[in-house]
Write a protein that binds this ligand. Structure first.
Ligand SMILES: [Zn+2]
Length: 150
């Protein structure tokens, strides 16, 4: 969410209320740089897609699986609940913006890794080791190289 005034990306929600029987959430935001206030309207649109596992099995996208993995990676790290929630929101947003009805677990893993790396190096390494164990196609090393070059 960019500040419409100064284009800064760090904004915080100062008030949030549901309208239209809870289908739309109006959020009052404040830019952390220029302190300007503005509103955003978010429609609830559940992410509906299939996830294809390495073995070819298809399953419904389940947000809580990502959430569990991320929370496990963040155990005892100095990351606030707010930041964790933002991270999860960002991850979901990126998955959504792939605009595909089916997504490989590998793609989701990459997104999670990328976001975790931006937030916390230790959590990133922890998640990467779990990610490796559920089997990426490329080698773990290759993933790391790729992320480092970004
Ligand atoms: Zn601003």
């Amino acid at each position: 969410m960019l500040c419409p005034f100064c284009k800064n990306s760090e904004t915080k929600v100062v008030d949030s209320r549901d309208t239209n029987e809870g289908k739309i959430t109006r959020r009052r935001r404040e830019c952390e740089k220029c302190n300007a206030r503005f509103s955003t309207y978010e429609e609830v649109e559940p992410l509906r897609l299939s996830v294809i596992k390495k073995n070819g099995e298809k399953e419904d996208y389940d947000k809580s699986k990502i959430e569990n993995g991320v929370r496990r990676a963040l155990v005892k790290r100095p990351i606030t609940q707010e930041k964790t929630a933002k991270l999860l929101g960002d991850i979901e947003y990126e998955i959504h913006s792939l605009e595909k009805p089916e997504v490989m677990t590998r793609e989701i893993g990459k997104i999670v890794l990328k976001k975790l790396k931006e937030l916390d190096e230790v959590a990133y390494v922890r998640f990467a080791s779990v990610y490796k164990s559920f089997g990426s196609v490329e080698s773990f090393k290759k993933e790391l190289d790729m992320l480092d070059s970004n």
